[in-house]
Design a protein around this ligand. Sequence first.
Ligand SMILES: [Zn+2]
Length: 459
Amino acid sequence: MTLDAVLNRIDEDLPQALDRLMALLRIPSISTDPANKADCARAADWLVDELRGLGFEASARATPGHPMVVGHCGDAAGSGPHLLFYGHYDVQPVDPLSLWDRDPFDPEIQETPKGRVIRARGASDDKGQLMTFLEACRAWKAVHGTLPGRLTIFFEGEEESGSPSLIPFMQENADELRADIALICDTGLFEDTAPAIVTMLRGLLGEELTIHGPVKDLHSGMYGGAAINPIRVLSRILGNMHDDQGRIVIPNFYDGVTELPDAIRQQWQSLAFDHAKFLGDVGLSVPAGEQDRTPLEMIWSRPTAEINGIWGGYTGDGFKTVLPSAAHAKVSFRLVGEQDPFAIRENFRAWVQSQLPADCTVEFHGHGNSPAGVMAIDDPAFDAARAALTEEWGRAAAYVGCGGSIPIAGYFKTYLGMDAMLLGFGRDDDQIHSPNEKYDLQCFHKGIRSWARILEKLV
Ligand SMILES: [Zn+2]
């Protein structure tokens, strides 16, 4: 069986695969720091060489920022789905350097109580993850003599610094990049050994508001009682945002929020998610969201309205009996399903406006907005990938949500008209973006094997 031969090849080649990953990890490709510009270009060139060595037609493509790496293989008119694989070769800054146990760009394999790990900046996010796919392609080629099907490889070098060049590059090269589905490898396992495919990502909307009252700060002895206090107005309005069941009362807020399909609800119920521990780890005990939802639903499939900052008046040492002329807050909304960020912005503003008392005005300042991502799980690639992951890990792979926002999946849909599948092999304790980042060798090894199994089913 060729799949067994590919898997055996992966097992035998693991030491060399680790050497290659270490070589990539030695390049300090910190995208946000101009001092590392040449390093980012070097990481891109290193990947181009790897891809060419594997038989891809590959190049580093200049952008106003760091280069994109694009590679192709297979006959454009060939049969089977055309897959695009996405990862990023840039990494987060390393400071505070003093908290690292060793040089972040001198990777080392270490024994830990939970098994062997490779420790370096970017080991998990995302160099180790992107290399899982390239190593699967390498083993495939060694056994089959050719690369698997029609593949496009797309590596970005600005993911950790806001991806300023990504959308223009996608737009300018849409015909070249468009495939049947994008495989995005930048996420994690559900728990240490349970594979997962992210099928729901929450969107995000930010709003800042200032409530103005008296034309200047007043003395609360002279004016208190007679003058409106903007902090009181602001806290009353924001305090009204939720009812006592945890539901958000802004009109039409739930338009576009879809209920979980039964199959997904059942999968989530079967996940080993410890609600008490989830909250207990941060010193809490009672879920604070909508009272008829589980905590997993709250963080993966329900929208939120949160006050992230609130200020006004006197907050320094001591005391000042000021009656402030203005009060400020930052509010954000996590969005799900088909919720429209622009409609929610308008509805929120109108709702605040409608509650202003006489003599008060409000000023708004909009921050970023992105819609939620809902993956097309009826695409057969999802079931194939789920079956492949289940075979490799020996545990049922689940379709999970992600409370955070990963804009790349939405960009593939918006700018290239293609669906995306997010799956990865990171672990919660990988310390990505933090000192002493690591990637478990087991994740690297089984990640490569997982891709081989997925490719076997897809191409
Ligand atoms: Zn990442």
